[in-house]
Design a protein around this ligand. Sequence first.
Ligand code: NAD
Length: 350
Amino acid sequence: MRNHYRVSLIPGDGIGPEITEATIKVLEATNVQIDYELCLAGAAAEEHLGNPLPEETLKSLWQTGVGLKGPLIVQPGSPPVVIGHPPRTYGSPNAALRGECGIFANIRPAKHFSGVPGRFSDLPINLTTVREVSEGIYVGGERKIGAGRAEAVVVATQEAAERIARFGFKLVQREHRKKVTLVHKANVLPYTDGLYLETFYRVAHEFPELSAEDRMIDAAAAQMVLDPVAYDVIIAPNQYGDILSDLAAAVVGGLGLGPGGNYGEQIAFFEACHGAATDIAGRNIANPIALILSGAMMLDYCGEQERAALIRRAVEEFLKQGRELTPDLGGTGTTKGTAEAICRLIEASS
Ligand code: NAD
């Protein structure tokens, strides 16, 4: 734990600037000292600098080692992002940011909060998705191969499969959780998903006290809706983790409650699991809680567990009280009002 932190701040696009402002207020309420380095990426960077992922943004992240990020708009059909010499090609600025920062794991906790209406509001859901993000089908190897035909490459390596499995098992140990489930489709993809499956059970031997199981991705999606408490920590190859973690956020009350962290060997940055929500941008009605909880994950990463817990308790209390909730949670509250109420709860408890 240090007294002072430097964080690269990427407000991003759409609702990004509103929810990052709200999150900074909540972080300030814990009295943590953070100097933010403002960085551009996505449509905002394209507009001001003609580049969706400027070199300065990457430089800042490599210097601070920690980032807080809003969502980036990715227009369908926009050209791939090409960086460096020799050139490295990515399908989107988000993929480029992860790739250039050496990110390999994306963690998305989905937790039940009392007070949040929904189909499963009486279940104690606590489900974390550990998604591999350095390979899979999002590596940018997609191409047209003639009229009416296209193909995409899936990359799977033993090194990445081992790294994500070990990362997932260690998370289970650290958080005193019980069970790890690998999702896959190894019956039809025996070489790529099969490699993940085989590697998962090999790594599981290093953690004999933990329970390890696997599920086909289609069955796992169905079970997550029928019996969401059946899962504890899920390890998933890139695309399955992308989809399943949004499903998990929806199961506990919506995208506005789903935080996330991206972890590499040297850099970690934190962002909500939702996108830029352009349909509600600029109206002060976006739910900032997903990014606020991502801010708590950032404090954990910095060794500030007590301050992170303050934020989580205040969010829990705010949702339980159920006043001033934003429209996605059935209320008429605002982004700013949510942040102010959470700040008041932090100040009252610290
Ligand atoms: P989205 O997650 O932005 O929105 C889906 C729906 O959920 C919308 O109706 C939106 O209003 C609502 N929503 C999302 N977050 C909310 C919040 N915090 N509070 C209240 N409501 C919320 O997904 P989309 O509409 O498919 O994508 C919009 C843009 O965001 C696209 O350009 C997409 O590429 C981009 N995107 C970026 C990221 C990222 O940067 N990590 C992730 C996903 C999508």
